[in-house]
Every structure is written in structure tokens, then in C-alpha cells.
Design a binder for this molecule. Sequence first.
Ligand SMILES: [Zn+2]
Length: 57
Amino acid sequence: MNQELCPSCRVVQNMDVSITTRTESKDGESKDIQTSSFQCASFHQFVRSEDKELSPV
Ligand SMILES: [Zn+2]
């Protein structure tokens, strides 16, 4: 389980992480972007998200 400082609770909380993948077109190339969304497990409040480019296979 991920733990992060929750700006709402002002303490370190367990985070629920949901991962979505989308395809983005940039400069004529399509790239797969994976977004991890972190939510406070206590209040189900969005904390932050993190984009990661998936390397082409
Ligand atoms: Zn919280």
C-alpha cells in the first residue's frame, strides 16, 4: 500500500491508487500514457496524479 502526505488530512495516509492508460498523439506519433491517480483511503479524496510514458514495444 502506498502512503503519502494527504493535504486534506495533513497526515500520512494510505493511498488508493487507480491506474488508467490513454493514447496521446504528439508530433504525428502516438504514445501510451499511463496515469496513476492517488486518493486518500480515508476520505476518498483526490491527492495527486502522476503521468508516465510507456516505452514503445
Ligand atoms: Zn486524506
